[in-house]
Design a protein around this ligand. Structure first.
Ligand SMILES: Nc1ncnc2c1ncn2[C@@H]1O[C@H](COP(=O)(O)OP(=O)(O)O)[C@@H](O)[C@H]1O
Ligand SMILES: [Mg+2]
Length: 214
């Protein structure tokens, strides 16, 4: 199944948008804060009925608006279909496939399969064999799976992890100019290979001996 067109109404930065997607890869470019991630989030919402970033639906509606709406044109083996998600946070959510209301898009056979990956720069506060403490912009939800990529000085490991807790510690201006939440998160490593454990143990020994740049 392929998404061919995306229409938005009052979704985050977008009052209205109508985007045609190419038959192969679509590249979106623009300066910081232009709305690239917002567009991706809208696409995810249209495919799944949920945000890939937050469980707070209020964040999806454009400032000053009450309702948001995402519509997708998709084509499947059996022809074109229309998916839509209308959202009034705390009041109602309406998901439709070809105009017919459905309880959840996740259960609809043949809905577009999507996977969202966001890369975020973080400050490493603490590292152990079990997990890490990091500081970063925005919130991460407990239970979310992620990867922590350590810089070359710390062994260049890419460690799979799970968010255990996340707490707001302040606010910080973002490159886009708005003030964003500054959070601290506790990660627990999951499924580390024996090699990763050995390299990590070596890195920790170097850190303890003060031989790695902080
Ligand atoms: N609910 C909202 N209403 C209007 N603007 C929003 C809303 N939420 C976020 N924004 C704006 O979206 C912009 C960030 O867009 P984003 O898609 O993350 O940019 P980028 O192109 O860098 O990925 C910021 O300027 C932020 O103020
Ligand atoms: Mg972005």
């Amino acid at each position: 199944m392929l998404v061919t067109r995306l229409r938005l109404r009052d979704f985050r930065t977008y009052a209205v948008a109508d985007v045609e997607l190419g038959p192969r890869i679509t590249v979106v470019h623009g300066h910081n804060g232009a709305g690239k991630t917002n567009l991706l989030e809208a696409l995810y919402l249209g495919c799944t009925g949920r945000s890939c970033r937050t469980t707070n639906e209020r964040e999806l509606v454009r400032f000053g608006a009450q309702v948001t709406r995402v519509e997708l044109d998709v084509t499947d083996d059996d022809g074109p279909h229309a998916l839509s998600v209308g959202l009034e946070p705390g009041v109602r959510k309406e998901v439709r496939v070809d105009g017919i209301a459905v309880p959840r898009l996740i259960d609809v056979p043949g809905r577009p399969l999507v996977r969202a990956r966001a890369i975020q720069e973080v400050r490493l506060l603490d590292l152990s064999l079990k997990g890490a403490r990091i500081e970063h912009l925005d919130l991460l939800h407990p239970g979310v799976a992620c990867h922590l990529e350590l810089p070359p000085a710390l062994g260049s490991l890419v460690l799979s992890a799970q968010v255990v807790w996340c707490t707001i510690v302040g606010r910080k201006p973002s490159p886009g100019g708005d003030r964003r939440l500054l959070s601290r998160t506790g990660l627990r490593f999951t499924k580390l290979t024996t090699t990763q454990q050995t390299v990590l143990a070596g890195t920790l020994r170097e850190l303890a001996a003060g031989r790695v740049p902080a």
